[in-house]
Design a protein around this ligand. Structure first.
Ligand SMILES: CC(=O)N[C@H]1[C@@H](OP(=O)(O)OP(=O)(O)OC[C@H]2O[C@@H](n3ccc(=O)[nH]c3=O)[C@H](O)[C@@H]2O)O[C@H](CO)[C@@H](O)[C@@H]1O[C@H](C)C(=O)N[C@@H](C)C(=O)N[C@H](CCC(=O)N[C@@H](CCC[C@@H](N)C(=O)O)C(=O)O)C(=O)O
Ligand code: ATP
Ligand SMILES: C[C@@H](N)C(=O)N[C@H](C)C(=O)O
Length: 473
């Protein structure tokens, strides 16, 4: 099998000086000694908490083919017996390898950003394009200054479709990343009030997301959500960045990839679309109108890179929600009944909370069951945080929520807003909330768990899955 990198191409791409003998083939790229596989190159990154150089010896023991480390570490790490590639800056070295990967590939490249739905759109593209070519995409949400260069450096030369999620919570983060990725299609899912603590307005967020157009390949397409109030602003930004072709998707009448009718049901949707003049009926196996939006973006992006859209239509019914982003479980309860768990624990901001609560509202409890929301703080909202938390009372009402559990400092504001209209249990931490949730649950309930990842409501999901084994996942 062809290696990911030959030793020679690896050194040519990165530069630096070699100590020892670089193997002829390098199987993969790792920045983590805990998951490194034999034959992979280890890059010793200096992270927020730790310095990867401290784990280079462990990487060598795990079978690293080569250690990419700072020059100053040479003496200590020569003792490992593994070849060293000595550089000034390891992240810059990883980035150079990423640039070389992009240069050598003939793949069609799609970049995805937006305030919500990036990972889902990326994974839907990975899944749907998988039937018609070799697809490479970021693992998990590896969308930042480590994740994007790492994903590029891992891209095999023979890739047909490269899908790159690019994230940011400050301006000027997307620009350098997209200049590495050089996409043929740059898709913005939607602008929403995420990370508002670092921005002054939605327009400022749109401005930062529009950096994605600055890295478009020549003749590249800017792909926008026609229903986004900031669509024309984004179009202007795309044009100013030199993007000659704009395409849009959405419900708006002028959308190029347009939703005509949507027939939602408990487990998904069936919808009719007009894809630049060709009509199709699409079945989607994941629930929520936000998933229809994501699917429209996927159909549009696939068409823009010249993929066979009929294959995408055939694949979409099989796509399933990811853990932390809408995954559904039927849990078996001790009395022989069942409970429905919706795991939305990976992310929360005002827009995604509304999407998650709409899922709860659309899910009918069984007899004696209730709709239960288990919510934790939405992070990074700065001065807007209090109002954003209080405003969740509206979507909770719309979702006909019978019982609410809240954890986190900011959720106390919501508790005060809600306490006179719906039974609500508030605790400062997820750990304190867990026993109260367990005590309340019964067969027939539908429970939706959601917070920013940092709050850790994922622990509530895993505790429930452990105690009540899922029947269907
Ligand atoms: C560098 C890295 O990936 N770190 C991950 C690692 O962290 P750890 O606790 O180990 O500490 P360090 O990062 O300091 O470690 C330094 C290196 O040492 C390695 N190492 C450590 C221990 C060991 O035994 N062996 C080792 O080899 C280590 O692997 C490092 O290379 O593990 C944590 C737990 O799993 C991870 O959380 C941590 O990941 C960091 C946070 C990270 O950013 N990783 C990227 C690959 C990534 O893309 N992660 C995404 C999250 C992206 C995100 O939040 N996106 C935002 C927008 C971007 C904001 C941007 N401004 C920013 O701040 O990042 C969004 O809203 O979408 C992901 O994990 O999904
Ligand atoms: N198109 C959408 N519109 C509104 N909300 C959405 C949309 N797609 C997904 N969501 C909501 O956002 C949550 C996170 O989805 P996803 O991980 O795909 O977004 P993301 O932009 O990648 O987030 P992150 O930046 O945290 O990685 C989902 O669990 C769901 O609640
Ligand atoms: C985890 C990171 N991708 C993110 O989206 N953070 C926000 C603040 C969240 O956790 O919802």
């Amino acid at each position: 099998m062809k290696p990911l990198w030959t030793g020679q191409a690896f050194v040519d791409a990165i530069g630096g000086s070699v100590s020892g003998v670089i193997p002829e083939s390098i199987k993969g790229i790792s920045i983590d000694s805990r998951t490194l596989e034999k034959g992979e190159a280890f890059f010793a990154i200096r992270g927020a908490n730790l310095d990867g150089h401290e784990f280079a010896a462990a990487a060598a023991k795990a079978g690293a083919a080569v250690l990419v480390v700072e020059k100053a570490q040479a003496d200590v790490l020569q003792k490992t017996g593994v070849a060293l590639l000595l550089v000034d800056d390891v992240l810059a070295a990883l980035t150079r390898l990423g640039v070389a990967a992009r240069e050598r590939t003939k793949a069609e490249i799609i970049a995805v950003t937006g305030s919500v739905g990036k990972t889902t759109t990326k994974e839907m593209l990975r899944f749907c394009l998988g039937g018609q070519g070799r697809v490479h995409a970021n693992p998990a949400s590896f969308n930042n200054h480590w994740g994007v260069p790492l994903t590029l450096a891992r891209m095999p030369e023979e890739t047909d479709y490269g899908i790159f999620e690019i994230g940011m919570n400050h301006e000027n983060e997307i620009r350098p990343l997209v200049k590495l990725v050089r996409p043929h299609v740059a898709l913005i899912t939607r602008i929403a009030a995420a990370h508002m603590g670092y921005f002054t307005s939605l327009e400022a967020i749109a401005h930062a997301k529009a950096e994605i157009f600055e890295g478009l390949a020549p003749q590249g397409v800017g792909l926008l959500n026609a229903d986004d109030p900031l669509c024309s602003y984004l179009e202007k930004r795309a044009r100013a960045a030199g993007c000659g072709t704009i395409a849009t998707f959405g419900r708006a009448e002028n959308a190029d990839y347009r939703l005509l009718e949507n027939y939602p049901h408990a487990g998904g949707s069936c919808f009719e679309v007009d894809l630049k003049g060709t009509q199709a009926v699409v079945k989607l196996g994941v629930a929520g109108s936000h998933m229809v939006d994501n699917a429209l973006g996927v159909l549009a992006a696939a068409d823009c890179v010249g993929a066979d859209v009929a294959h995408i239509v055939l694949a979409l019914p099989e796509f399933r929600e990811m853990s932390g982003r809408g995954a559904r479980y039927t849990l078996s309860m001790p009395d022989g009944g069942c409970l429905t768990l919706i795991d939305e624990s990976y992310n929360a901001n005002p827009a995604s909370m509304r999407a998650g609560l709409a899922l709860l509202g659309d899910s009918a409890p069984a007899s004696r069951g209730r709709r239960i929301a288990v919510l934790g703080d939405m992070l990074e909202l700065g001065q807007y945080s209090r109002a954003a938390h209080e405003d969740l009372a509206g979507p909770l009402r719309l979702a006909k929520t019978n019982l609410v559990f809240l954890a986190g400092k900011e959720m106390e504001y919501l508790e005060r807003t809600l306490r006179d209209e719906v039974p609500v249990e508030y605790r400062k931490s997820v750990a304190d909330l867990l026993p109260a949730v367990f005590a309340a649950l019964r067969s027939g309930d539908v429970v939706m768990v959601k917070s920013s990842n940092g709050i850790g409501t994922a622990r509530i999901v895993s505790a429930l899955l452990e105690r009540y084994p899922p029947l269907v996942s």
